[in-house]
Design a protein around this ligand. Sequence first.
Ligand code: ADP
Length: 432
Amino acid sequence: MWKNRYWQTELWALLFILFVTGLIGSLFNKAALVVALVLLAYLIWNLVQLSRLFHWLFVSRAMYPPSAPGIWGEIFNQLYTSQRKHRKDLKKLSDIISEFRESTRALKEGAMIISNQGEIRWFNKACERLLGLKASTDIGQRLFNLLRHPDFIEYEAARDYGKPLSLPSPVNSELMLSIGITPYNEEQRLVIVRDVTEKHHLERVRQDFVANVSHELRTPLTVITGYLEMLDPDINPNLETVAKPLSMMRQQALNMGHLVDDLLLLSKLDSRSETGGYKAIDINLLLDTICAEARALSADKKQQILFHSHTNAMLKASEKQLRSAFSNLVFNAVRYTQAGGKIDIYWQQEGDDYVVKVQDNGPGIEPQHIPRLTERFYRVDSGRHRSQGGTGLGLAIVKHVLEYHRASLQIESQVGKGSCFSCIFPQDQVSN
Ligand code: ADP
């Protein structure tokens, strides 16, 4: 509206002046000359205002604009108002930026923005300490050229950022870092680096403790089991009165032996000392052997144990670990399925995945227990199952082993009908 108003006033004023001066000029028969002179004067006046505007904007850069009448005054005013608003916005923005800088500088965690190709765009002070980066030289570099740990390169190549990655710091191997990457738009990713040295140390202490205790228990246990074997009532009739306690002691010593073995295996898996160096494993051969062992274990229960092989695919894996995982599933099926029950073991391709399936028609598991079955020492009915010789660590071992092989465990069960445990291996674990 203002534009119209000022513009109209300006236009009318000019027309009025031209009219009046033209009229006066016509009295002397010089109307055209007078109008031309007035227009020239108007042009000069406008040029003067333009030069004042130019001087104010680009030369003096003074805070306040020059004053002028009419439309030029309004132009100066409007420019001044929008410049003031712009300055205020700029100040607000720079306040926000400096607040952000200050808060990220105070952060103990490293924060970094990288492009989709891995170029570093920005990082905070903590990244300098944790990763040894320097803003002056490293902005614009590819993070994966600066942080060349093989696990990190693999983590980036897999582009599976579900879990953070633990790595030693490149500047101080005593520091243990946890690095998480979160893509937040199509162009950029946020990298968060945490110092988890203390947590890692505590974890190591726990693992070492479990491993040491299990190891230390092994020797006395071997001695006890050895002596118990010698105390056989069949050979020594004097021992007949204590035959039952002796047999129970033998059973408990055996259970304890299994517990020690499982604890040692878990602590090895925890410390990742058994990962890597995988070979092509013939799953058919492995499951055949496990089935034979399961039939021996089943013995008096007379269960029907069948192996159905639908593929010859081999897996890139640790044979020891897979044997442990599959035998845990198969032996569980034997232990928990009633006498005369049926246990089917499958090795087959399902879509892109390869699956080892252990299915039984045993008692089944109530749904509320299923999510917790892979927790260490979790048992559905602790009294009953302990008496069946389980350690409570079997499914925890299965889950761990599968995680190391990029596989997952799926448990389906219906009370009264049976259970089905599936180990699902992605295609890239198959050995070609
Ligand atoms: P455990 O040594 O007690 O067998 P696991 O971790 O192997 O420990 O199994 C955890 C629990 O899951 C078992 O105590 C049992 O209650 C249940 N379970 C495992 N396999 C089966 C199965 N095939 N049928 C029914 N219950 C099962």
